[in-house]
Design a protein around this ligand. Structure first.
Ligand code: ATP
Length: 211
């Protein structure tokens, strides 16, 4: 069965680093990938663009292809959204089909700070995407959790519905939303760091421009 993979993020804004990572992961894992913008809890720094604006940018970025699908369920839910709850919800929808959580290496390194993080392995596999400038060494408790779950053979993820960790060597692109927000604020264009769809409608990038 084709695995279902989830790629979450603030996507403030979604950029070529996200899209290429998701695309290459889809190819390597032969998976359907859902791109899931996160709602950011009130105690965290608010994204520059609103939830609705981030979802509009994502939809514009994904137009014209069907391998990466936008999924805005976390934005539609009231209150804080935890990945573990989203994964349980998806698990109920897909039965035994393999479910894969895609995480950039920086996000993966922060996993021990997530709500009920150990439970994530009961519900999904995790695929860690290499990211330039981020060490492949992880905190001890994460290395320990990984040791017994690590698989070298990507095809192994299809044999069970959850519980393994793989690392994906994707094309390294040193692009971050933080840097793009800085460029746009300075009146620069960031044209080729962003998907072309974001330039179709001037209102999409307006939240980042300085007027
Ligand atoms: P910011 O600079 O605002 O923190 P970001 O560019 O890191 O944003 P996020 O939306 O926070 O983007 O990231 C969502 C997911 O995408 C995370 O798992 C992150 O590790 C991954 N990711 C972001 N940029 C890249 C990249 N250039 N290469 C690989 N993975 C990436």
């Amino acid at each position: 069965m084709k695995p279902l993979a989830i790629f979450g993020g603030t996507f403030d804004p979604v950029h070529i680093g996200h899209l290429n990572a998701a695309w290459e992961a889809a190819e390597m894992l032969d998976a359907e990938v859902r791109m899931m913008p996160a709602s950011v809890p009130p105690h965290r720094t608010a994204p520059t663009a609103s939830a609705a604006q981030r979802a509009d940018m994502l939809r514009a970025a994904l137009r014209g292809q069907s391998r990466l699908i936008p999924d805005t369920r976390e934005l539609d839910r009231a209150g804080p959204s935890y990945t573990i709850d989203t994964l349980h919800e998806l698990r109920d929808e897909i039965g035994k089909r393999p479910l894969i959580l895609l995480l950039g290496a920086d996000a993966f390194a922060g996993l021990p700070g997530w709500h009920r993080w150990r439970e994530l392995f009961d519900v999904a596999h995790i695929a860690v995407l290499q990211r330039p400038g981020v060490s492949a060494e992880f905190p001890d408790e994460l290395e320990k959790a990984m040791a017994k779950r690590h698989l070298r053979d990507l095809a192994g993820l299809r044999k069970t519905s959850a519980g393994h960790v793989v690392q994906l060597q994707i094309t390294p692109l040193e692009i971050s939303a933080t840097r793009i927000r800085e460029l746009l604020k300075d009146g620069r264009d960031a044209r080729y760091l962003l998907p072309v769809g974001l330039f179709d409608d001037a209102s999409l990038l307006a939240p980042y421009r300085h007027d």
